[in-house]
Design a protein around this ligand. Sequence first.
Ligand code: NAD
Length: 480
Amino acid sequence: MEHIDGRMLIGGELVESAGGAWLDSVDPATEEIIGRVPAGSPEDIGAAVEAASDAFPEWAGKSMQERADILREYGRRLRSEHKRILEIEVRDTGNSVSKLRHDVVAAVRGVEYFAGLGTELKGETIPAGGGSLHYSVREPYGVVGRIVPFNHPILFAAKFAAPLMAGNCIVIKPSEQSPLSASVLGEIVRDTLPPGVVNIVTGDGRGAGDPLVRHPAVKRISFIGSVPTGLAIQRAAAEVAVKHVSLELGGKNPLIVFPDADPEEVSTAAVAGMNFGWQGQSCGSTSRLLVPDALYSEIVSRVAAKVDAIVMGDPGDESVQAGPMNSRGQLDKTLRYIDIAHEDGARLVAGGVRPTGPQFERGYWVRPTVFADVTSDMRIFREEVFGPILSIVRYSDVEEAMRLANDVEYGLTASIWTNDLTAAMRAAQRVRAGYVWVNDTSRHFLGTGFGGMNNSGVGREECFDEMLSYTELKTVHVRV
Ligand code: NAD
């Protein structure tokens, strides 16, 4: 792949950072530097917010149809650049190409979905006494700040149609860990959207993320990332003003196996639910597998065999099922949790080591890993690793299963496996999670809100509520 010399997008221009600093980006499979992006600074954030504020009146003044037409054109161009983006993303993230290719498609579908929903942003008329009228309208905030994580860079950066259809302009801050596709996105946006409507400032959390959160002209912040950063963003926002902050955060998601489930089917699902194509670096990964006594040993051995059979290697190879971790930091964190799990007394049944072979000598590699006999007092049960570690936990009855499922600070997703409809519905009712699959894992469906309960977040995306969340309600009373 050619070396990527990235640029930010501010006011319709592809630019370097004001301070002239750069951040290198590394291919996690080889540790080679494959590109660089500007290290955005508070000054760059200031310029981007100003550009967005300047663009706002004209953008908000366009009809829904005009906005939808422009966004659909943007979506078509994004789709046409699929191959180029995919090549960059595979090298920059280490995610397996066979899985990652769906991300651009998902981003385009999100654009099309929200482009079609604009006219549904309706207000209401409210019954009033004689001689008066009450009505409400939904108004955009103005400038929205969006900060996204490293695991789905293009998907999260490119799906900005909800705030835009609501009439807002936006400043996007991609992750410094896999920022290269944002440069291609910048070119596409420059060519298809009016200047300043979408701005992209690369850089790290301190130099670019925090100043965006604190900027007085940014009232609405939408964040996807970890719980500690989500808390820092809420604190920073609250220090400067009253802001609307939505948070899509981490998970420690249970897959609850009921005794009637088919052990082979559920073992396949447990491996699929870990999203090893992302090396488990997926917020929705079902990283706690809760198994009843009767099926325990059979499922442990089936899952271990399937995980041992996962093919690791060059993430650009179609047959590869797991590539490297995204960064040295992610690798070190995963290795640390493997040590902790050993110390806490969990039983390693698959992986836990670096793969062997000449192509694994450099790069951030660790085999997909499974620990059995995990109990609720262990850190591996309670804390999000955001890596390729599956914990298998044994339970005796449904009460215990539900207690275990809910016994963490998170509440993002849950998966329930049973053919007993009543058991499934009861468990779905009782589990504290924002998204529940019954006899499925991982899949997202546009129109069905995705987001977390407990410390996994505030707000929902991928549904009409997301678009509403980019508006403020104004109520008007008219004395006739
Ligand atoms: P992270 O929180 O470390 O970083 C996310 C983004 O925040 C990056 O762009 C980073 O530069 C920025 N940032 C860091 N400090 C900041 C600060 N003080 N102020 C403003 N911005 C700051 O997360 P990550 O490691 O990139 O991603 C992994 C996390 O994201 C996991 O916890 C995962 O579960 C979560 N995630 C959640 C969802 C979801 O939909 N709920 C989706 C994907 C990932």
